[in-house]
Ligand binder design. Structure first.
Ligand SMILES: *[C@@H]1O[C@H](CO)[C@@H](O)[C@H](O)[C@H]1NC(C)=O
Ligand SMILES: *[C@@H]1O[C@H](CO)[C@@H](O)[C@H](O)[C@H]1NC(C)=O
Ligand SMILES: *[C@@H]1O[C@H](CO)[C@@H](O)[C@H](O)[C@H]1NC(C)=O
Ligand SMILES: *[C@@H]1O[C@H](CO)[C@@H](O)[C@H](O)[C@H]1NC(C)=O
Ligand SMILES: *[C@@H]1O[C@H](CO)[C@@H](O)[C@H](O)[C@H]1NC(C)=O
Ligand SMILES: *[C@@H]1O[C@H](CO)[C@@H](O)[C@H](O)[C@H]1NC(C)=O
Length: 301
């Protein structure tokens, strides 16, 4: 019996559950849909046109559209009380998850005001895409499709001066999601294996089982550590790219802190599990050599 081995069992079990949640968070409306990798804020998309539309108009369909809709509500829109996205038929925000993306509107207001600070604004998810492993997160396509569906097919994202740097940031995100998905699957497989071996080791003392545990826990740690590192780097880079280049179309992005905490806690737990087994191995070896010394000491006597 090795009761202390229950500790890595707990670590691994929790890590496995958290890895599952990393993959399935936001996979359907209402299930942890605030655990996104990146959130794209399109609530004011195209509002930068307001500044230019007054100076030169007519050549751009979008400008005409703006002039049309702003007749009554121009002040409301330009002061940010209303969602321009809603007027255009697109959504306020799009969130990327490992398996899908969700879209929705900011609640209660898209732009913070005196009563509602940014922290109090939440995403009210209206729909999530179908869950498919290795899906494409392509908001460019989605936005254009939604524009077309809402009868604004004459407005293209080019009219809105959609920057290609934003597309590049999103392309990196797509690749990262695929790689991270595969790594999470490996991590889940490895941690279930480690869990099984740890459970057996509770009842079966021995250095061999401890060594196998170190190896398997470490492999689980490598897989989920790599998945966490990749999602973190890409979330940070996509946020930077979109915030730096998206200003011309008034879109912005933010990385999902909650998701990142989730994945790094899972990583920490697999590492702890590997370290506990490593410690057990070292202590076991010391004890074994001490036993051996006292044994030979006794023989000399
Ligand atoms: C519009 O112009 C005002 C002042 O001219 C400026 O402060 C604001 O940042 C501009 N808005 C956009 C979206 O470019
Ligand atoms: C602007 O409004 C007019 C009349 O309501 C309409 O015929 C025209 O199609 C509108 N243009 C755009 C770009 O929405
Ligand atoms: C979220 O959106 C739905 C549908 O538009 C609406 O009925 C609901 O009240 C919204 N929830 C919040 C918290 O704003
Ligand atoms: C969304 O973006 C707009 C324009 O960039 C910004 O004013 C607003 O604060 C953002 N909303 C949230 C909830 O971050
Ligand atoms: C802030 O926005 C909310 C929702 O649109 C509105 O009810 C509230 O009156 C606004 N507060 C201020 C101070 O403008
Ligand atoms: C999503 O799933 C529904 C029902 O399973 C299906 O009707 C629909 O075509 C799917 N959409 C896409 C884009 O695959």
């Amino acid at each position: 019996m090795r009761p202390f081995a229950l500790l890595p069992v707990c670590f691994m079990l929790t890590a496995m559950i958290l890895s599952f949640l990393c993959v399935f968070a936001g996979s359907k409306k209402g299930f942890m849909d605030d655990y996104h990798i990146v959130l794209l804020n399109t609530s004011r998309i195209g509002s930068s046109i307001f500044n230019t539309s007054s100076t030169h108009s007519g050549d751009n369909v979008f400008t005409t559209f703006i002039h049309n809709i702003t007749d009554g509500i121009e002040n409301e829109l330009s002061s940010g009380f209303n969602s321009l996205a809603k007027q255009l038929g697109v959504h306020d925000c799009y969130s990327a998850h490992i398996l899908d993306y969700c879209e929705g509107f900011f609640s209660p207001t898209p732009v913070p005001n005196a009563t509602f600070s940014v922290g109090k604004i939440t995403m009210n998810v209206t729909k999530c895409s179908n869950r498919t492993a290795l899906y494409h997160f392509d908001p460019t396509q989605t936005l254009q499709r939604e524009l077309n569906n809402s009868g604004h097919s004459d407005i293209s994202l080019t009219d809105l001066h959609w920057p290609s740097a934003v597309d590049n940031g999103l392309a990196a995100l797509r690749v990262a999601q695929r790689v991270a998905f595969v790594l999470y699957c490996i991590a889940i497989g490895m941690s279930s294996f480690a869990l099984l071996i740890s459970l057996i080791s509770v009842f079966l003392a021995g250095r061999l089982s401890a060594s196998i545990n170190i190896l398997v826990s470490f492999l689980a740690f490598l897989a989920i550590g790599l998945a966490s590192a990749i999602t973190t780097v890409v979330a940070v880079k996509a946020e930077h790219a979109i915030n730096n280049h998206g200003a011309v179309v008034s879109i912005s992005a933010s990385k999902g802190i909650k998701f990142l905490i989730l994945t790094w806690v899972a990583t920490g737990l697999t590492l702890s599990s590997a370290l506990v087994w490593y410690g057990e191995c070292v202590i076991g070896r010391r004890k074994a050599s001490k036993d051996l010394t006292s044994y030979t000491g006794g023989a000399v006597e």
